[in-house]
Design a protein around this ligand. Structure first.
Ligand SMILES: [Zn+2]
Ligand SMILES: [Zn+2]
Length: 380
């Protein structure tokens, strides 16, 4: 068990982070707060501003051995918090409603433990990663020149999971969370007077058919595993009773358990667009945005997590299906043997991104201990 004094420090630090949240790509003060909180530690190297405001602490044994990366995400969400708590967000419209404040606290705790018990072989790297919520941070960190000297053999991360008993470790071999991509479709016909719609070419029927076609995807064969398409926004013309519209816009989120299926799903969206728009003589433009690959766990890494949960005496649940949400940790799982797992944050805990979410500090000790056991398993 982690010592009480450290846990109290971590709780206070977590609450400080909660008070001063920062949006994806703007984690400047958060970086400063972490540097300040960890100032008495003696890592062998600190790398600042990696992939934006990312921060890496490297503990080097000086001996040959694997390099193991532990990752926490840093960013908050553009949502107004409605909690009535002392540490409520001091920034209107921005709040830590995904628990990344807690994730930072856990990895800061791990840094303290590693600082006291340095690796015997290889290196331990603690990475505070920016811009998780928009799906860009992990990719930016990996692309950054500075990442070359990190390039780990193994990477580990966790997410707190509302709906599961507190401190339960939730594992899954293979896909843990889904691939997802945003799709922005713009349709262009020709506007005209509403009294003479035949003088133009309204995209209305094309628009309606597309939405129906996209919804049919749920029944479509040809995918290796689960896929999902959700229409998240649709707009036809303007509010002008004298005008037959010339423009429309549809936005979708497409999801799949497997990265291969995501490619097929994009092909499907493109072919439906091409066929339906051609039929109605409507021009279109399609953009894909906020690309998250699926997080695919490595079997050895999951075994290490299972063993760590056992040593920490934390209850363990193996998931049957991956989560439908996405995690940009997926980028690490493409390049490195990795595992991301969940730690239950309470059955009654509001869901992630709910306005009244607040990371439960009671799970910090377990999370930190599990990571420390993973660390000891590979590097001690
Ligand atoms: Zn989130
Ligand atoms: Zn999150």
């Amino acid at each position: 068990m982690a010592d009480k004094e450290l846990l109290i420090k971590l709780e206070n630090f977590r609450k400080e982070l909660h008070k001063y949240p920062e949006l994806s790509g703007y984690e400047k003060e958060t970086q400063k707060r972490i540097l300040n909180f960890l100032q008495n530690l003696k890592p062998d190297k600190i790398i600042k501003n990696i992939g934006g405001y990312g921060l890496a602490y490297i503990f080097d044994s000086g001996n040959a051995g694997p390099d193991v990366l532990f990752r926490a995400d840093m960013d908050a969400l553009p949502i107004n918090e409605i909690n009535n708590i002392e540490h409520k967000s001091r920034k209107k419209g921005v709040a830590h409603l995904c628990g990344h404040d807690g994730h930072i606290a856990v990895m800061s705790g791990l840094a303290h433990l590693i600082d006291k018990e340095k690796p015997n072989k290889g290196r331990a790297i603690i990475l505070f990663q920016p811009e998780e919520e928009n799906g860009q941070g992990a990719a930016k960190v990996i692309k950054d020149e500075k990442f070359r000297e990190i390039n780990p053999d193994y990477a580990f991360a966790f997410h707190n999971l509302p709906g599961y008993e507190k401190n339960t470790v939730v594992v899954k071999n293979g896909a843990f969370s889904s691939a997802s991509t945003g799709v922005i479709i713009k349709l262009k016909g020709l506007s005209s007077h509403a009294a003479y719609p035949e003088n133009g070419n309204s995209p209305d029927v094309c628009f309606a058919e597309l939405i129906l076609d996209f919804n049919n995807i749920k029944n479509k064969d040809g995918f290796a595993d689960f896929v999902l398409l959700t229409v998240i926004h649709a707009k036809l013309g303007e509010i002008a009773f004298g005008t037959s519209p010339g423009d429309a816009e549809i936005m979708l989120t497409i999801r799949s358990y497997l990265n291969e299926d995501m490619e097929k799903l994009k092909d499907y969206v493109n072919s439906v667009l091409e066929a339906t728009c051609t039929k109605h003589k409507i021009k279109y433009n399609v953009d894909y945005t906020e690309d998250f690959p699926a997080s695919i766990n490595d079997d050895y890494c999951v075994d290490v997590v299972r063993a760590a949960a056992k040593k920490s005496e934390a209850p363990l649940i193996a998931l049957e299906n991956p989560f439908r949400w996405s995690e940009d940790f997926g980028h690490f799982t493409i390049n490195n043997k990795s595992a991301i797992f969940g730690i239950g944050s309470g059955k009654k805990q509001p869901q992630l991104h709910n306005e009244n979410f607040d990371f439960p500090d009671e799970i910090t000790g377990t999370a930190m201990t599990v990571f420390f056991e993973i660390y000891k398993n590979i590097l001690i």
